[in-house]
Design a protein around this ligand. Structure first.
Ligand SMILES: Cc1cc2nc3c(=O)[nH]c(=O)nc-3n(C[C@H](O)[C@H](O)[C@H](O)COP(=O)(O)OP(=O)(O)OC[C@H]3O[C@@H](n4cnc5c(N)ncnc54)[C@H](O)[C@@H]3O)c2cc1C
Ligand SMILES: *[C@@H]1O[C@H](CO)[C@@H](O)[C@H](O)[C@H]1NC(C)=O
Ligand SMILES: *[C@@H]1O[C@H](CO)[C@@H](O)[C@H](O)[C@H]1NC(C)=O
Ligand SMILES: *[C@@H]1O[C@H](CO)[C@@H](O)[C@H](O)[C@H]1NC(C)=O
Ligand SMILES: *[C@@H]1O[C@H](CO)[C@@H](O)[C@H](O)[C@H]1NC(C)=O
Length: 518
């Protein structure tokens, strides 16, 4: 058995090394010529450029997605203005070379820089398009897709201490991919997801046109807000509504082990947390035999104490748990630790040492106490990973499911992210098997028909596009598409049919085009 697996692997490797990086020369020559005519040479990295590999890995975080057999792009284009992006699309169309767009490179399956199957493609990497301009008077900002969340938060705090923005926790996540999938963090109960606060955007479509909200039309503007990255074109920038933050927020972390009552407290948490006042967000990171209740409260410790003792006394929260700080200080605090500084959220450096794989669920009915006991038994197994639960309710749940493409709204108690990690010392098969088995175990206790998932926690095990007649199949796409987008999937496919009917912008989980008449 081992030897036949080795053989399959060897065949696969030779297949990939023959086909992966070597495109049909005619089209690649034409493509490179076309690019060189419109874009300065120093912004183009072909596979033979000395810095090709360092540019390619610059924002890769997960070595599972970058191996010797990973299908690499023919060229990486790093535009410094919109006309370069438009030129890349026009040249790609003329020469049958597809484009994958990368902003922060955090895609859980690496679809912004690798192709799962052998394919000739180019990467448009927006790393040089990352300005943030804040208008304090109107409490709005224009942010380029290539900016990180840390760069966005930092620029807002420089302009005003009274303003913030509701998006993810990790400062190196890119605005482009994150907003495309919805984007949530500790302000989700107060202000919803990132795209609930988007007012306008600019998009380069499959014809190479640069469109604003009005020019792209209502259906496409609806689709880019939560319908996932890649499908509708390259979003260059977003106009966002900034949100008020108080001078003091209170952070806390209260870890409870199973021996300290974690099962009972979690059983209570899942009903309490989604129903708390919107100013209070309490998520849980559950690993080994400990549930760590991590919170942000938009106010002081003095007002949080009575709220906690009336609504959630089971947690045993007291004044010693309170960490008061400004909203901008909470950004490094929650993700980089208590010694990190606000400047540290500008650090884009990533490291390639931890392999990981993740998937997600939505929970609409409380999980019974005896099941929480079994969940802790799963987390105690050898090679177990962790789960993070984010409560919904409040603003995120008050918006109708069809108002934006992000559909996880009313009735959701919480989101679960499951994740497992390993090092180069193992092949990860035990860790990924644990993840799959635990996900199967959770099936009866989570959303059903279809079982829902968050596209920003992308998982190719949910399904991949099937190409029929040169375009991604809508029927086949429903398998994974309705998990991410519920009833919005069909409308997304129709928006795709309007803006990119020939399916130029595609990847393994892009929205398939559907003609309006169907
Ligand atoms: C460490 C870590 C922490 C995270 N924390 C959170 C969190 O707190 N909350 C949360 O909601 N999510 C979180 N995520 C998930 C994150 O939101 C997604 O991975 C997101 O898609 C990353 O965006 P990116 O620009 O960095 O990724 P990329 O890999 O650049 O892009 C992701 C996808 O979007 C497409 N895309 C990128 N830019 C554009 C563009 N300008 N126009 C059109 N399509 C584009 C890509 O082609 C790809 O398909 C986290 C991920 C990681 C790795
Ligand atoms: C974009 O850059 C090109 C040079 O590559 C330049 O000719 C063009 O004027 C620039 N466009 C804008 C809008 O800055
Ligand atoms: C499929 O699309 C590619 C790229 O646009 C094109 O080169 C090819 O001719 C098409 N094939 C068919 C069968 O239409
Ligand atoms: C607060 O709670 C912690 C346990 O989480 C406990 O160790 C500590 O003694 C408590 N402090 C006060 C002042 O009650
Ligand atoms: C940026 O982050 C990397 C990786 O975490 C770290 O090694 C480096 O020291 C940081 N750089 C600065 C200037 O803080």
């Amino acid at each position: 058995m081992a030897s036949s697996r080795t053989l399959v692997l060897a065949v696969l490797i030779s297949f990939l090394s023959c086909y992966a990086p070597v495109p049909s020369l005619a089209s690649s020559d034409g493509f490179l010529k076309c690019l060189s005519a419109a874009i300065p040479k120093q912004l183009l990295y072909t596979q033979s450029s000395p810095s090709f590999t360092s540019v390619l890995v610059s924002s890769i975080r997960n070595p599972r997605l970058f191996t010797p057999t990973t299908v690499r792009p023919l060229v990486i284009v790093t535009p410094t203005n919109a006309s370069h992006v438009q030129a890349a699309v026009v040249c790609g169309r003329q020469n049958d070379v597809r484009i994958r767009v990368r902003s922060g490179g955090h895609d859980y399956e690496g679809l912004s820089y690798r192709s799962v199957r052998p394919e000739v493609f180019a990467v448009v990497d927006l790393v040089n398009l990352r300005s943030v301009s804040v208008d304090q008077k109107t409490a709005t900002a224009w942010v380029d897709s290539g900016a990180t969340l840390g760069e966005l938060y930092y620029a807002i705090s420089k302009a005003s201490k009274q303003l913030g923005f509701p998006a993810g926790l990790c400062p190196t996540v890119g605005v482009g991919g994150h907003f495309s999938g919805g984007g949530f963090g500790m302000l989700l109960r107060k202000y919803g997801v990132a795209i609930d606060n988007v007012l306008d955007a600019t998009l380069v479509d499959a014809k190479g046109r640069l469109l604003d909200k009005q020019a792209m039309g209502a259906d496409v503007f609806w689709a880019i807000r939560g319908g996932g990255g890649e499908s509708f074109g390259i979003v260059l920038s977003w106009k966002v509504k900034l949100v008020p933050v108080p001078p003091t927020v209170t952070m806390f972390s209260v870890p409870k082990s199973v021996n300290e009552g974690a099962v009972d407290i979690l059983t209570k948490w899942q009903e309490v947390a989604p129903a708390l006042p919107d100013d209070l967000f309490i998520r849980v990171v559950i690993q080994k035999q400990v549930a760590d209740f991590q919170s942000m409260y938009l106010g002081t410790c003095d007002t949080l104490l009575p709220l906690m003792s009336s609504r959630f006394p089971e947690l045993g929260f007291n004044r010693s748990h309170c960490k008061e700080m400004s909203w901008i200080q909470s950004v490094p605090y929650i993700y980089l630790g208590s010694t990190a500084t606000v400047e540290d959220i500008l650090n884009r450096t990533t490291s390639l040492d931890t392999f990981n794989k993740a998937t997600s669920d939505y929970v609409r009915q409380s999980i019974p106490k005896d099941v929480w006991v079994q969940i802790f038994a799963w987390l105690a197994k050898p090679n177990a990973g962790l789960m993070i639960t984010d409560p919904y309710g409040g603003k995120i749940s008050s918006i109708p499911e069809s108002a934006t493409a992000f559909p996880h709204r009313g009735g959701v108690l919480f989101n679960i992210q499951y994740m497992n990690f390993w090092s180069a010392a193992t092949d990860g098969s035990a860790q990924t098997k644990w993840l799959k088995d635990f996900y199967a175990f959770m099936g009866p206790y989570v959303s059903k028909n279809p079982r829902q998932a968050y596209v920003n926690y992308r998982d190719l095990d949910l399904g991949e596009n099937v190409i029929v007649g040169n375009v991604s199949s809508y029927q086949a796409g429903k398998v994974w598409g309705e998990k991410y987008y519920k009833g919005n999937f069909q409308r997304l496919a129709m928006a795709k049919g309007q803006v990119d009917p020939s399916d130029y912008f595609r990847n393994e989980q892009s929205i398939p085009p559907l003609a309006a008449s169907k």
